[in-house]
Design a protein around this ligand. Structure first.
Ligand SMILES: [Zn+2]
Length: 350
């Protein structure tokens, strides 16, 4: 381990010891509230899955919590926090009114079917208002997100290449054009993990992913969609809206906005707002950047489209002065499966 790695490990161990001792004295919730002071915290969820469904999904583990963990989070929020609605959140930002202590907003990105099936009953039971950011091109369709499609297609190609040498040569050449040929070197036990890591790498490149999806479809055909990776339909959106859930824009195609031309990025931002407003007959106030990626042009497009606020994925409590770059805290299973870990993550310790 490098000296830097050792220092990081020591810091991580010290934080875990601190969290454990605060948890045993029951002081963690009080300490969390001191740490946050009057800065609201915005939690980001994507997928809420039954434990048995996790391995069937092509979503990266960094966007998944299991249903029992999510239920624990919501019960703790109800008990320890002042959970507010999007309307109240926006009203306070717009009027520069300070937030009450321990204010918290719960958000979901994308519009997955499990937001309706798994999360919505728990939100109702705990009386938690929430906002769901929709990538409108997927709602009510059988389409897959490019992230999940690339992951599934890479494993399809890997499997077929093992049995067909001519296909392997063709796949090698075509995947190499997109820097993905390392997939073919994966072994049985690591094919899924390798594919998920490669999708993560593709995200980090900040390129338009349509050519990669097209190349994989030309090679393989479209992969079969796993039922667990389905999206909500508009009837479910309407039902949740009638039950008090707010909806916000998240683009149409979920492509990374800074990777697109200015015109395309503006269309994505504006169209997702219009799609939701046409369906719900109400104004849409908030936007979440797909993958949290934005730049000055994108933020300007969001403001021009009439959104009042926009959320990224940079972590930490909200700085109310940054209306179009609001911070959130991403929730996934690993660091939040225990109540004390969840509270420590909310407070930005882990
Ligand atoms: Zn998203």
């Amino acid at each position: 381990m490098t000296p830097m790695g050792l220092a990081r490990a020591a810091k991580g161990a010290a934080k875990r010891t601190m969290v454990a001792s605060l948890a045993t004295t029951g002081a963690l919730a009080a300490w969390t509230s001191v740490k946050l002071r009057r800065r609201p915290i915005v939690l980001t969820y994507h997928r809420v899955l039954a434990p048995a469904a996790v391995d069937q999904s092509w979503s990266h583990p960094a966007i998944i919590v299991t249903q029992p963990t999510f239920a624990m989070h919501m019960r703790l929020l109800r008990r320890e926090f002042n959970v507010i609605s999007l309307d109240e959140f926006v009203a306070r930002i717009e009027s520069h009114r300070p937030f009450d202590p321990n204010s918290c907003l719960v958000t979901f990105d994308d519009g997955w079917r499990d937001t309706y099936d798994e999360a919505w009953p728990i939100l109702q039971e705990c009386r938690i208002p929430a906002v769901v950011f929709l990538s409108t091109g997927f709602i009510g369709t059988a389409r897959m997100f490019w992230q999940e499609e690339i992951g599934a297609a890479l494993v399809d190609a890997w499997r077929r290449a093992r049995a067909d040498e001519a296909f392997r040569r063709r796949a090698q050449a075509q995947l190499a054009e997109h820097g993905l040929d390392g997939m073919l070197a994966a072994d049985e036990s690591s094919s899924r993990a390798t594919a998920l890591t490669m999708v993560r790498d593709v995200k980090g490149r900040m390129v338009d992913t349509r050519p990669i999806v097209d190349a994989l479809r030309a090679l393989n055909g479209a992969p079969a969609r796993t039922p667990v990776d389905a999206f909500m339909d508009w009837d479910q959106v309407e039902e949740m809206y009638a039950g008090g859930v707010a909806f916000g824009g998240h683009g149409v195609s979920h492509r990374l906005l800074p990777a697109l031309s200015t015109g395309e990025a503006r269309d994505e931002v504006t169209q997702s707002r219009q799609d939701i407003e046409a369906r719900l007959g109400a104004g849409v106030r908030a936007f979440a950047y797909p993958n949290g990626d934005w730049n000055a042009d994108v933020a300007e497009a969001v403001r021009d489209a009439g959104y009042a606020v926009a959320f990224g994925t940079a972590e930490g409590p909200v700085d109310a002065g940054d209306r179009y770059a609001l911070r959130r805290v991403n929730m996934h299973e690993g660091p939040t499966a225990h109540p004390s870990m969840f509270l420590a993550r909310v407070a930005g310790v882990i």
